[in-house]
Design a binder for this molecule. Structure first.
Ligand SMILES: Cc1cc2nc3c(=O)[nH]c(=O)nc-3n(C[C@H](O)[C@H](O)[C@H](O)COP(=O)(O)O)c2cc1C
Length: 388
């Protein structure tokens, strides 16, 4: 059975089997947010739900989808749907990845391991953040079967950056995502209000504390002197001095597919491919960096137009429902990354929450495609949409 029909059937069946007891089930993103708010501390909730500045870009990301409407087609056989897509020689069952989100230990005790396991249940790639609390190797060991990518925060210290790349290769990561929009953190009002930066409390440092190049720079190991390790982290995190020439160096050091994340300008996308990037991720970090930045979906249109049909262009920002994915694919994305949505699922119910929230997203995608007259991603192009 297609995932959409199956998920609907399972939910409605709960009433017949007595599993449903009159509560409102977590179905919509609004339901998941409300539950997450109940279970998380204020500071953890706002670290996740907050943005930079007045939150204009975070809102714009979602609003950009409402500027487009799907124009459904009829009399097309949509009995069997196939939402698979190919990325870097691998076939993915759905055009969806889990975006890198740091410090998942503040959301759930099992943090990144739970999220990667939830992703694996659906065959979705999980992008491990440099700022994960569990080290990459622990996630790889404890979530066997998960397809992992690694997201690199490029340290000021080149040896640490290089060591992270080597570790991603050894752990079997399928691609490397280099995030370029966070050479420093933006003015995040919600976190500043609570003087809350989890890294300073020792969360989200798993990859650093376990890294041989990082440890070699410490006078005493982090197990004996965590404060010293946190201090070193504050000194090397982020690299505002990076330029395209540094990218040339990185390109030479690895054969992994390299994607640049945080691309919004068509000129930067063009330069990325000219310099040998394998893909770009159109993203404004979910509105957590430049408040007032262009919405991801709007930037996607301009980037795709510039780089042509053959380059790998992914996008994230504001994906909350199946129709958002249909629109992003129709406007030129090869696949999308989901950020906060799965993190709310993680907060509410760990691995099971991640699996459930993503299953419902894919179910919604499947049903939206079918009801719009599409049984594969191939027929999704701009002709499917009208301006609202
Ligand atoms: C709490 C939080 C932590 C994040 N941490 C990272 C990170 O470590 N590395 C990174 O590249 N992006 C990070 N991001 C950005 C996401 O990868 C992604 O770009 C964004 O969440 C997409 O927008 P959405 O939340 O609307 O789906 C983070 C986002 C959130 C909400």
């Amino acid at each position: 059975m297609n995932i959409g029909n199956e998920a609907q059937f399972q939910i409605y069946q709960m009433r017949l089997t007595g599993q449903y007891r009159g509560e409102t089930l977590c179905i919509s993103v609004e339901d998941w947010v409300a539950r997450a708010r109940e279970v998380l501390s204020e500071e953890a909730f706002w670290y996740l739900a907050g943005a930079s500045g007045r939150g204009e870009t975070m809102r714009a990301n979602e609003e950009a989808f409402a500027k487009w409407r799907i124009v459904p087609r009829v009399f097309r056989d949509v009995s069997d749907r196939d939402m698979s897509t190919e990325l870097f020689g691998e076939r993915l069952p759905y055009p969806v990845l889990l975006a890198p989100i740091g410090v998942q230990s503040i959301l759930h005790a099992d943090g990144e391991v739970a999220a990667a396991r939830g992703a694996a249940k659906l065959g979705l790639p999980y992008v491990v953040s440099s700022a994960s609390t569990a080290p990459l190797e622990t996630i790889a060991d404890e979530a066997p079967g998960a397809e992992l990518w690694f997201q690199l925060y490029w340290s000021k210290d080149r040896e640490v950056a290089q060591s992270f790349v080597r570790r991603a290769e050894s752990a079997g990561c399928k691609a490397l995502v280099v995030t370029l929009d966070t050479p420093m953190m933006a003015w995040r009002e919600r976190d500043l209000e609570r003087a809350y930066l989890p890294f300073l409390l020792g969360e989200g440092l798993g990859n650093y504390l376990s890294d041989p190049a990082f440890r070699a720079k410490l006078r005493r190991p982090p197990e004996e002197d965590l404060a010293g390790a946190i201090l070193l982290w504050t000194q090397i995190f982020g690299h505002p001095g990076l330029t395209w020439d540094d990218f040339d160096w990185l390109r030479q050091t690895t054969d992994l597919p390299l994607l640049l994340k945080g691309i919004l300008h068509p000129d930067d996308a063009e330069e990325a491919f000219r310099r040998g990037a394998d893909g770009v991720i159109v993203s404004n970090h979910g509105g957590r960096q430049v408040d007032g930045a262009v919405a991801s979906l709007d930037a996607l249109v301009a980037v795709r137009e510039r780089v042509g049909p053959d380059k790998v262009v992914l996008m994230d920002g504001g994906i909350r429902r199946g129709s958002d994915i249909v629109k992003a694919i129709a406007l030129g994305a090869n696949a999308v990354l989901v950020g906060r949505l799965y993190a709310y699922g993680l907060a509410v119910d760990g691995e099971h929450g991640v699996e459930t929230v993503l299953r419902y997203l894919l179910a919604d995608l499947d049903l939206t495609m079918a009801l719009s007259g599409h049984r594969s991603l191939v027929t999704l192009d701009a002709s499917v949409l009208a301006r609202a």
